[in-house]
Design a protein around this ligand. Structure first.
Ligand code: ACO
Length: 328
């Protein structure tokens, strides 16, 4: 019997402070109507200035552990997917290892843009299947409002803060758990979505700060089409691997970057909109956290139940993309 990894518990955390479309239209030349019709977003959340990624990741992790019926001491590894860590180093995973009271287990961050959660679950699955680790805490956390250019209307209306967490471990039977995964990248698109300064290419200096180069730049309309084609491709690859069709899937959980992208991928797969999970209107794009928060909410709302076939698919900076096919 193949040991698959399965999710034992999920959690999420978002800040209380809500940024509405109406508020955004007071700081840049935009409108509620433009944002709603072009993106499907109505509001998004923002942390306080003194908060960092781990401050959202910790409550999300504690909720996932509680739901799993496990303590931090039971964990064998912590993987954090983020592009907005507390600091460039050490990893946010190490900060969380200490603060939640886990043992001296391996803890590290991965950077795969909005696809980070998909990469992290793929990695964790291999480690669980080989018996290297039993229980792994995965967190997708993003504080995008901290790296947003608040004077650029084409990006500042899109992003929000949030964290999703899951505890994965070995499935008790061979039929439930992660059935398949697909991850890919294409660095030719690296400059479509990036932060120019703050790394070794262009370290922080007075000039980079004056030129506002520590914020996110995105060629949104170029990424738009690629997002639709790559997410559709991941779905087809994963379903084909298992001899399944889109009609077999109970719930599609796509990266919440734009409602029009979700609708277009659903249309390509010929699935009815009620099988595509949407929470973008409440949280905007929280990058790697979106699919983890969406899975958590779908479980809470009963849209994902034991035995459900779930396809979790993302696309993001890198460029990166990929998906996870779950029998819940
Ligand atoms: N309010 C009003 N007008 C705006 C706004 C705004 N907030 N933003 C842009 N516009 C204007 C533009 O200036 C342009 O005006 P023009 O025609 O006079 O030049 C017009 O609206 C159309 O602009 P587009 O960029 O073509 O708008 P589009 O319909 O493509 O929507 C969006 C932009 C929402 C960014 C869309 O392209 C998108 O969602 N792209 C994909 C984003 C994505 O998936 N990113 C990857 C994941 S994110 C991550 O990894 C962190």
């Amino acid at each position: 019997m193949i040991t698959r990894s399965r999710v034992f518990g999920t959690g999420m955390a978002v800040p209380d402070h809500i940024i509405t479309n109406e508020y955004l239209s007071t700081i840049v030349d935009t409108s509620d109507e433009w944002i709603r019709t072009r993106t499907g977003m109505k509001e998004r959340r923002q942390v306080r200035p003194d908060q960092a990624a781990s401050d959202l990741a910790i409550p999300a992790s504690q909720q996932a552990l509680e739901e799993a019926g496990l303590s931090p001491q039971d964990l064998d590894m912590i993987i954090v997917a983020t592009i907005s860590p507390d600091t460039l180093f050490p990893s946010t995973a190490c900060i969380i290892q200490d603060k939640i009271g886990a043992r001296q287990i391996p803890a590290f961050d991965i950077s795969a843009g909005c696809t980070g959660a998909i990469y992290a679950h793929t990695l964790a699955d291999q480690l669980i299947r080989t018996g290297h680790s039993k229980y792994i805490l995965i967190i997708g956390v993003e504080l995008l409002t901290k790296i947003t250019n608040w004077s650029d209307r084409s990006t500042c209306v899109l992003f929000g803060d949030g964290a999703g967490a899951s505890v994965v471990g070995p499935s008790e039977n061979g039929s439930s758990g992660l059935l398949g995964h697909h991850i890919a990248s294409d660095g030719k698109g690296a400059s479509m979505l990036y932060i120019p300064a703050g790394g070794s290419r262009m370290p922080a200096s007075r000039e980079t700060v004056d030129k506002n180069l520590h914020v996110l730049f995105m060629k949104g309309n170029e990424i738009y089409k690629t997002a639709i084609s790559t997410m559709s491709e991941s779905c087809h690859i994963l379903l084909k691997q298992e001899g399944l069709t889109p009609q077999d899937v109970d719930l599609f959980v796509f990266h919440q970057a734009n409602l029009r992208i979700l609708e277009a991928v659903g249309k390509r797969l010929r699935v009815s909109p009620d099988r595509v999970f949407v929470n973008i209107h409440k949280y905007g794009n929280t990058s790697t956290a979106t699919t983890m928060m969406a899975v958590h909410e779908a479980v809470q709302e009963g849209k994902i139940q034991r035995g459900s076939l779930v396809l979790q698919v993302a696309f993001g900076a890198g460029l990166t993309w990929g998906g996870l096919l779950w029998r819940w």
